[in-house]
Design a protein around this ligand. Structure first.
Ligand SMILES: NC(=O)C1=CN([C@@H]2O[C@H](COP(=O)(O)OP(=O)(O)OC[C@H]3O[C@@H](n4cnc5c(N)ncnc54)[C@H](OP(=O)(O)O)[C@@H]3O)[C@@H](O)[C@H]2O)[C@@H](O)CC1
Ligand SMILES: Nc1ncnc2c1ncn2[C@@H]1O[C@H](COP(=O)(O)OP(=O)(O)O)[C@@H](O)[C@H]1O
Ligand SMILES: [K+]
Length: 505
């Protein structure tokens, strides 16, 4: 799903009005109806009040239309208009006239006004929408602060009032803290970013029928990968296929005291459809590996018992492996760094796709400085968590928008696929697009879940998925497995092994 910029959302609005064609006020009616349908499905009528706070622009117009629609459905609706200016939008004025015949409208025009809000109330926030042009101040600020202080459930229409859709707010900005945000047609970039989580809450998209011709043609940088879109990438298994059809992966993982990382990624790799798997690890780890994962083959590190020191030769890799995954638990030893560079050079020469994770990235950051990317083959997949990413780019950021730009730059300039992990993992492709993942949950914030992801993506590369597809599909299936695990064990109790056992291709 495309994430349109604010400018494109406005254009889509105008295009729809002109080409459907539909009057602007009727489009507002449709958007408000879509919100009301979502609301009715989510909340039955009951012994509580629905307090709708409206601004003076089109977001306020939505609030008025929503109030008019909810009232006859049996909801106990109270409407408040915050009169922070003398200027109203045309659609606001039409809707206030339509509403006045039905419900009394409370006007707030004095900063001394104290709102009476109860914990059982539902507040609908239709103060400001995507049209905000400056920070909230004065009367509006007082109202937003009172709403945020209340214990009522807050539901924002389109976007939490005060939040900018696709650029950073000032840290001191006053912004509604919604529990739910019900947004029109497309998610806003702001919803994807950790810094806005406390304002956006759980977000939902409702279709308001903006013109598909415009949306299909719109060129965008950001995408939200929906389950339907991603699951289409899965290749079915052919009836007469054999294990050779699905590739042979090499996974390089583990060191003394870190064999768990190797086990987790190897197991996840086998669960993700690879034909054959060889694990390259220290010899003292071999008995453990062979006991817990008899399906895999093992190639032990010679001459060393504690960490990777292999002097990789072309014949070790040539015509043997279709993908290489490296990093989980290998440690940041200098000798391992030397091995890693040899491995990268051979993979580049033999054009074997790679996944680099965890300590492989830490080694690049600590031993190779700003030139680290020279050694990484083009189209490799990097899977850093935010700290690893910060060390890699050797830069910090003031806000999540700056972080996204650094991510994009890393992917474009070095032709890499970089998966910046976390809630809504952001996958940057060499073509400059960023794809946000839709699956996963906070239960995955547990040791070893990143190792599982490395195994999944390595398996997909070995099966012949392109690096772009392997990253997007792998991250999604990892999150989906985490969601199934959370249902079974609860977010707090689930562990990384539970993610593996619930991988479902
Ligand atoms: N295509 C769609 O998706 C559809 C969208 N629809 C709805 O329209 C909404 C966007 O509407 P909108 O453009 O009227 O914006 P909105 O925020 O309501 O008001 C802006 C006004 O507020 C003012 N203002 C700005 N900042 C301010 C501040 N900090 N404090 C005080 N005032 C401030 C600004 O004034 P100015 O900057 O000119 O002084 C301007 O007059 C959208 O979110 C959705 O709900 C649907 O109805 C139909 C389809
Ligand atoms: N709050 C969260 N919501 C969704 N996914 C998460 C969350 N926290 C962590 N994850 C996922 O879990 C994995 C954690 O990876 P990582 O930090 O490398 O863990 P480890 O190093 O312990 O293996 C990533 O894929 C990340 O996207
Ligand atoms: K709003």
């Amino acid at each position: 799903m495309k994430i349109l910029s604010l400018h494109q959302i406005r254009e889509a609005d105008c295009f729809t009005i002109e080409h459907e064609p539909i009057a602007s006020i009727d489009l507002m009616e449709r958007a408000s109806r879509a919100f009301v349908n979502w609301f009715c499905k989510s909340f039955e009528t009951g012994d509580y009040k629905v307090k709708v706070f409206c601004g003076l622009g089109d977001n306020g117009g939505d609030g008025l239309a929503i109030s008019r629609m909810l009232h006859p459905l049996g909801y106990d609706v109270e409407v408040y208009v915050v009169k922070y200016s003398s200027k109203e939008s045309d659609n606001f004025n039409i809707n206030i006239n339509r509403l006045k015949t039905q419900i009394e409208v409370n006007v707030i025009d004095d900063e001394q006004f104290t709102l009476s809000l109860n914990s059982g109330d539902i507040i609908i926030d239709a103060l400001l929408g995507s049209g905000i042009s400056r920070s909230i101040e004065g009367l509006l600020k007082t109202v937003v602060e009172q709403i945020n202080k209340s214990e009522a459930m807050i539901i924002s229409v389109d976007i939490p009032s005060g939040l900018l859709a696709d650029k950073p707010n000032n840290q001191s900005d006053t912004i509604i803290k919604a529990f739910h945000t019900v947004s029109f047609q497309v998610p806003k970039l702001a919803f994807m970013l950790p810094q806005n989580a406390e304002f956006v809450g759980n977000w939902h998209i409702v279709d308001i029928g903006l013109h598909q011709t415009f949306i299909n043609k719109a060129e965008v940088v950001f995408f939200y990968s929906t389950p339907q879109e991603v699951e289409k990438l899965i290749k079915p298994r052919a009836k007469f296929s054999h294990k050779g059809t699905y590739g042979h992966a090499l996974l390089i993982a583990g060191s003394y005291g870190m064999m768990g990382a190797a086990i987790l990624s190897a197991r996840a790799c086998m669960r993700s459809g690879v034909g054959k798997l060889t694990v390259h690890s220290i010899s003292s780890g071999l008995p453990i590996l062979q006991t817990v994962l008899p399906e895999a083959m093992y190639w032990e590190v010679l001459n060393d018992d504690k960490f990777l020191t292999t002097d990789f030769k072309i014949e070790d890799l040539n015509s043997r492996f279709q993908a290489v995954g490296v990093g989980p638990g290998i440690g940041v030893y200098e000798e391992t760094g030397i091995s890693l560079i040899k491995l990268c050079r051979l993979c580049k020469e033999l054009v074997i796709p790679m996944v680099l994770d965890a300590d492989a990235l830490n080694i690049f950051a600590s031993q190779f400085g700003d030139d680290f990317t020279n050694e990484i083959p083009e189209n490799s997949i990097l899977t850093p968590h935010p700290k690893e990413f910060r060390n890699l780019v050797n830069q910090s950021w003031n806000n999540d928008y700056e972080k996204l730009e650094l991510l994009r730059k890393l992917a474009i300039q070095n032709k890499l696929i970089v998966c910046l992990k976390g809630a809504n993992t952001a996958i940057a492709l060499p073509n400059g697009t960023i794809h946000f993942n839709s699956s996963g949950n906070a239960g995955m914030a547990t040791a070893g879940s990143g190792d599982v992801l490395t195994g999944i993506i390595t398996a997909l590369l070995a099966q012949g998925y392109s690096p772009d597809e392997a990253a997007i599909l792998g991250v999604y299936m990892h999150g989906k497995a985490g969601d199934i695990a959370a249902e079974k064990f609860g977010m707090t109790s689930m562990i990384a092994s539970d993610i593996i056992e619930n991988i479902r291709f």
